[in-house]
Every structure is written in C-alpha cells, then in structure tokens.
Ligand binder design. Structure first.
Ligand code: NAP
Length: 231
C-alpha cells in the first residue's frame, strides 16, 4: 500500500460536502485554517454551500465549491459524507482522483426505514467496502460516524468522542490531527475491520435519540487521562 500519510495536509475535499454532516465538518476545519473544497454532483450547489459557510466563518477562511471529481483531485485528503445508498457509486467515481491519498469515510450503512437496527454490508462495514473499491493505493480511514451534525456548526464542545479506525496507524494519526483541529476528542480505535463497531454504534445512538427525545446522544471513552486522546 502506498504510504503518503506522513505528507502534511493543507487542503481537504469533502465529497457530498453540501449535506448536513459535510458542511459541519467543513466549518470546523476551515475555522482551524485548512483550505476546504466542498464537493457536489453540481458545482453550483457546492458554490452555494461554500457561500453559506463563508457567512459563518472568519474573513480569512478559505472554502471553495466545485464538482466532486475536481474537489477530490485537488485535495491532499478526501472526506466522504454521502448517504449509504450513494456509497458504491461515489467511491467508484473517486478511484482515479484519490490514488496515494488518505480517504476518510464518514458513511454509516443505514438501511431505511430500520435505521435503529445495525445492518452491515457484505464487505463487513462501509469503510471496508470503500477500501475494497479504492484498492491498495489508497489508505481508507473511518471517523465521525457518531458525531451528530447538530453540534458541528456550533462552537460549543461536542459531548461525543471520535473513534478513528483505518488501514494504517499513520493514516489514523493524520485523521486524529483533523479530529483535534475540529475541537473534538479522538481515539485510535485500531484497524479498519473495527469500523463495524463504530458504524454500528450510530444505529444505537439514533435509537437512543428516539427513545429519549434528544438529538445527539454520544459516547465517551473513560478510564484514560484526557491527554491520551487527540484533544
Ligand atoms: N447527519 C448526521 O448527523 C450524520 C452523523 C454521522 C454520520 N453521518 C453519515 O454521513 C453521511 C452524510 O450524512 P448527511 O446527513 O450529511 O447526508 P445528506 O445531507 O442527506 O447528504 C449529503 C450529500 O450527499 C450527496 N448525495 C445525496 N444523494 C446522493 C446520491 N444518490 N449520489 C451521490 N451523492 C448524493 C448530496 O450532495 P450533492 O447533491 O450536492 O451531490 C448531499 O448533499 C451519511 O452516510 C450519514 O450516515 C451523518
């Protein structure tokens, strides 16, 4: 597997960045000083999302909107925030644009209408499916699947930790830097096979939200001094 995970990350593309989760992550990272490329199937929709974010961000923040392939091709690291129904097509489209890069899959393989029931794809998890599609030349990591978008466009602390899984320790370390930049607490949760647990946890959290009438139930790792995490 090509290891380019030690290269510094300046420019982040978010494929499906016009949606709720992608826009929230883009806001946090643009605020931290990264250059953000919002991707969409329609460049105009991406530009509108970028304009919307500029209204919330400091003047020097850099957020640009463009079509998904252009965003992925121009970025150092690519984050994917699309519904699971669009997962395979999106990753197949990305193949030529992300070779040698880290790709962070935020997708949860929810199967409506039973989104409170864990239903994993044959590959084992969405992230493993992404790795199978993209091949060995791409390092897939998975993160943020438990972080509800409601928190991300606000500046208050998020009471949910980020469990980062991925195909190499170096890739996970790069993603943990992004977790920290987003002002979240993150943990190295091990190899990409472990993403099944993290993705599955989201269905449990959605179920808790429904049962208790809240919007953002979360999880915390306890028993480790806070300095062990990424924030
Ligand atoms: N929402 C949350 O709080 C949350 C939390 C954790 C994880 N997640 C996961 O993050 C992912 C995105 O969630 P979201 O709530 O942001 O979703 P969303 O707002 O419904 O969709 C995100 C973007 O995906 C693109 N998209 C939609 N259908 C598509 C299709 N058929 N083909 C290609 N692109 C398509 C759209 O962008 P364009 O139309 O601009 O192309 C859309 O703006 C999901 O897998 C979700 O499970 C969400």
């Amino acid at each position: 597997m090509t290891d380019q995970s030690a290269s510094p990350i300046h420019t982040i593309a978010i494929v499906g960045g016009t949606g709720k989760e992608g826009k929230g992550l883009a806001y946090r990272w643009a605020k931290a000083g990264y250059r953000l490329l919002i991707g969409s199937r329609q460049a105009e929709k991406a530009q509108a999302a970028a304009d919307e974010l500029h209204l919330l961000l400091p003047e020097n923040a850099v957020v640009e909107g463009m079509a998904n392939p252009e965003a992925a091709a121009s970025a150092d690291l690519v984050v994917v925030t699309v519904p699971y129904a669009a997962h395979r097509d999106t990753f197949e489209m990305l193949i030529p644009f992300v070779q040698g890069k880290i790709v962070v899959d935020v997708t949860v393989p929810l199967v409506p209408p039973k989104v409170t029931k864990v239903q994993m794809p044959p590959a084992g998890s969405a992230a493993q499916e992404a790795q199978q599609i993209l091949g060995e030349g791409v390092q897939v990591a998975a993160a943020f699947q438990n972080i509800s978008y409601e928190h991300l466009l606000r500046d208050e602390p998020v009471e949910c930790d980020v469990l980062v899984t991925g195909s190499s320790k170096a890739a996970r370390a790069q993603v943990l830097e992004l977790v920290k930049a987003a002002n979240l607490v993150g943990w190295d949760a091990g190899p990409i096979e472990n993403s099944v647990v993290v993705e599955g946890l989201t269905s449990i959290l959605i179920g808790l939200n429904k049962q208790y009438g809240v919007q953002s139930a979360g999880v915390r790792i306890t028993g480790i001094p806070c300095s062990g995490g990424s924030a």
